[in-house]
Every structure is written in structure tokens, then in C-alpha cells.
Design a protein around this ligand. Structure first.
Ligand code: SF4
Length: 468
């Protein structure tokens, strides 16, 4: 996927102005997910579960070479063809070869952020393959020609009326068709695709190194059909998606479901163990493509590597007050919200993604939600410091920060300015640069006295009291 992360501030402002309905839809859906997560965390000792999950992932990441080799060995023993892809082009080569060898004309796809990252759909289309996204949300945005807006709910930004309009134009359904009727239409189209596709494509929630098992979580049953009905199955797996032992699934499957949607377990869990054996139903050929695409470099970054613990549950997006305003599109890359803000600079390079770490209030809600305890606010600050060091901040910001530093370093200047600013009209009337911040917020009511004066008064009062 071509990244447009640099344009985040402009795109966010444009979306808020031109499509206010997106804010309503995203806020409603994410608050719903967030309430469910809080309830689901409340049923367990969430702190202990999250600590264990963090420890397992840290162990994996610090022994990744060992577990990758083990996973490859076990996959091959299971009859799976294993490929290593350092770059998207390497992954494309594998897919091209499979398409050519099997004469693939139609492919069904399970939802996978990694395949978005690799640009799998445009590649297949360029090869003349008809691609069907089979997750309902993904199918909707595929019809609209849009990228996903959320890791777990790709069409979270779409109000029902827009989907009704889309289906009316596309399939002739009534404009007031119910969600159930719309789902039935999609189901009919996708059933036909499942039954006729030669190729099924998926990602993986986890790949167990000990047994070579691919674990996939879902609620619609489409992943099960995509990975079992076509003759060939290709799974793209990021290097960080491994788990050391089969028993780790006992922790990660329910914890990820609780974090993502507040479910105790997703409706379907598929544990795939290679191609069908004699007498079994399933694909004749299974390929696993182990994808690096910047992950190894990130692993060697001592200040940023913890982001690789991510299990792509989307909980940090649901908790984020900034993401809720716009959904994922303005972030301009596959991963949006807090995880995008700390992962995209690592995958794309800071120059490509430098506005994203600033798309946060640093409130810490993301870290509280994260099932693997990724210290997102700390990582945001790391990337912000680097952006400042590399001179990526806009000139006005550098000048403003320089002036701020001077004022804060001098008690005389500080007093002078805090006195001068008191009683002035709202800042947006004076400083156009503050308009983006003050829009949508109530009027500021400055304290009659600055904090240091209040502090001094309190101190003196206390000293008098103590003396008496
Ligand atoms: S950073 Fe944490 S909360 Fe966000 S998607 Fe990754 S695992 Fe989930």
C-alpha cells in the first residue's frame, strides 16, 4: 500500500469538515467496543493475563531466530511450503508463481492487515485474478474502493445509510433494506466466490513454532471457508506473529478476543495444520510466506522494538480519543490510531510517517487497553524526539518551541508573559495556529492568578499557619 501518512494533519482536517458523519459513526462503534473490552477485562485478572502475554512475546522476540527456524521446520514437516519474504516484492514473487502454476482466475481473501501492507489485491488484479474480500466489512470497503479504517472493523466509519445506498446501486436492494437483508445479499455473492475460487489467501493471528499451527480468529466463518474450500491456500505471516508453544494459544486466543471485541473467545477459531491428508477435506497445497518488511530492523531498535508485541487487536484504537474523531483513513497507511503512530514510523521510516506520533494527547488510554502492555506513550515520545532531532518539525513549531524554551527558562520573562496573557481574549482570536486545537472546545477561563502566584500565596499561608 502506498503510504500517505505525511498528509495526516490536512487529511484529518478535511475529513472532519467534509464528512462529519464519520466522526459520529467511529465514535459510536469504538465506544461500544471499549465498553465491551472493559467488561471482558473485568471478568478476569486482566493485569496478570497481560503481564503473562507480555512475557511470552518478549521471550519470543528475544529468541526470534530460534523460533523462526523451529516454525519453518515444523511447517515443512506438516507438508507446508515455506517462503521467506524480506520485501513486498519477494512476497509478490511467491504469489505470482502460485497464480501462474495453478492458472488462478479467482481468489477469496480473509481479512489481513499484512496483505494490505503488501499490496496483495492490486498485484492479483494486475495478474487478471478476480479477488473477493470475504469479511463483510472488508467486502464493503472493497466495493467502495477504500482502505480499511480500523484493524478489526474495517468499515467502522460507514453509517448504515451509506451501505444501503451502496447495495442499492450495486445490487438493486431497496434503499431501506435492513442490515440482515444486506448481509444476505453479500452472503449469496460470497458463497459463489468460495465455491469457485482456486486460491484462498489469509493472514494469521498466530503461528505456533512448536507445532507449525496457524491460528486464525474470526466471527463470520469466512476465514474457515477461504482457507479450506480452494485448492490452494497461501497465508502471509509477519515474523512477529509467532508464539513459542501450542499452550500459549490458551492465553492469547481469549485475551485477544477480550481486547478486540470484548468476547470471551471469537466465534470461530481455526487451527490449520497444513494441506489435507488422504481422506480429509481441505486445500491440496498450503504456502506460508514469512514476511519481514522492516520488522527485523525494528527488532534491533532498542527504543522502539516493543511495538512488535502487537497482536493487532485494535483495542488501542477504540480507547484513543484522537482516533475516534476521524477513524483510520487520514493516517494514510494500513495501521492507524495509536498502534499506527508507533508502528508506521518503524515500517515506513520516520520521514514518511513523522506527523503520526504527534496524533495523540498522550493520555495513556491506549497503554491501559493493550493486552500485551506496549508502552505506546513512551514510544510516541521516542518518535517525537527523533522527529525533532532530525529536523522534521515544521519551521513555525521550531520557532515557537525555541521562544517557549526561552520564556520558561527565565523567571522574569515567565512572569512578564503570564501577566500579559491574562485577561486576553480566546487564544484562537490572537493566534491562528491555535485554531485547530481550540475548535470544538469551550472558551478558556484563565485563573485570575497564575499558578506560581497561587502557589506562593498558599505557601505563605501555610508558613503563617505553622508559625502560629
Ligand atoms: S498496540 Fe496493543 S492494543 Fe493496539 S492493536 Fe496492538 S496489541 Fe492491540
Amino acid at each position: 500500500m502506498q503510504a500517505k501518512a505525511k498528509r495526516y494533519p490536512e487529511e484529518a482536517a478535511r475529513l472532519l469538515k467534509e464528512k462529519p458523519q464519520v466522526r459520529t459513526a467511529v465514535t459510536g462503534a469504538t465506544l461500544h467496543f471499549e465498553r465491551n473490552r472493559l467488561k471482558a477485562y473485568g471478568e478476569i485478572d486482566a493485569e496478570a493475563w497481560r503481564e503473562r502475554a507480555k512475557a511470552v512475546k518478549n521471550h519470543l522476540l528475544t529468541h526470534l531466530d530460534h523460533y523462526l527456524e523451529l516454525a519453518e521446520k515444523r511447517l515443512r514437516e506438516n507438508g507446508v511450503q515455506v517462503h521467506w519474504a524480506e520485501t513486498p516484492e519477494d512476497a509478490h514473487r511467491v504469489l505470482r508463481e502460485v497464480v501462474a502454476r495453478h492458472g488462478v482466475r479467482r481468489a477469496v481473501k480473509a481479512k489481513s492487515m499484512l496483505t494490505e501492507e503488501l499490496g496483495v489485491n492490486p498485484l492479483l488484479e494486475s495478474l487478471g485474478v478476480e479477488v473477493y474480500e470475504t469479511d463483510l466489512g472488508e467486502y464493503l470497503i472493497q466495493l467502495l474502493g477504500e482502505p480499511p479504517s480500523h484493524i478489526v472493523g474495517p468499515a467502522i466509519h460507514l453509517p448504515l445509510e451509506e451501505i444501503q445506498r451502496l447495495f442499492h446501486q450495486r445490487f438493486g436492494t431497496p434503499l431501506e433494506a435492513s442490515p440482515e437483508e444486506l448481509a444476505q445479499v453479500a452472503r449469496r455473492v460470497l458463497r459463489e466466490a468460495f465455491l469457485t475460487a482456486e486460491l484462498g489467501i489469509s493472514g494469521a493471528n498466530f503461528l505456533v513454532a512448536e507445532t507449525g499451527t496457524l491460528a486464525l480468529m474470526e466471527n463470520e466463518g469466512n476465514i474457515r471457508l477461504s482457507t479450506s474450500l480452494p485448492r490452494v491456500h497461501v497465508a502471509f505471516v509477519g515474523l512477529e506473529k509467532l508464539l513459542p508453544r501450542f499452550q500459549d494459544l490458551g492465553l492469547f486466543l481469549p485475551l485477544t478476543a477480550r481486547a478486540a471485541t470484548g468476547q470471551r473467545l471469537s466465534t470461530f477459531v481455526s487451527l490449520l495444520q497444513g494441506p489435507a491428508r488422504p481422506g480429509e477435506e481441505g486445500p491440496e497445497e498450503v504456502h506460508v510466506v514469512l514476511v519481514d518488511h522492516g520488522r527485523t530492523a525494528l527488532l534491533h531498535d532498542p527504543e522502539a522494538w516493543e511495538v512488535l508485541r502487537c497482536v493487532r487487536c485494535g483495542a488501542c484504537l477504540n480507547a484513543c480519543p484522537v482516533y475516534r474523531q476521524t477513524g483510520g483513513h487520514p493516517y494514510g497507511y494500513v495501521y492507524s490510531g495509536p498502534i499506527g503512530a508507533v508502528l508506521d514510523p518503524g515500517l515506513l521510516g520516520l520521514e514518511e510517517a513523522h506527523p503520526l506520533p504527534f496524533a495523540s494527547t498522550l493520555c495513556g488510554a491506549c497503554q491501559e487497553a493493550c493486552p500485551v502492555k506496549i508502552p505506546i506513550p513512551k514510544l510516541l515520545l521516542t518518535w517525537r524526539h527523533r522527529a525533532a532531532e532530525e529536523g522534521l518539525s515544521p519551521a513555525w513549531e521550531k520557532a515557537a518551541m525555541g521562544a517557549f524554551l526561552k520564556v520558561m527558562a527565565s523567571p522574569t520573562l515567565y512572569r512578564l508573559f503570564s501577566r500579559a496573557l491574562r485577561g486576553l481574549p480566546l487564544p484562537q482570536d490572537l493566534l491562528p495556529l491555535l485554531r485547530a486545537w481550540t475548535q470544538g472546545r469551550g472558551p478558556l477561563k484563565p485563573s485570575p492568578k497564575p499558578f506560581h502566584e497561587l502557589w506562593q500565596t498558599l505557601k505563605e499561608a501555610k508558613e503563617e499557619g505553622d508559625g502560629g
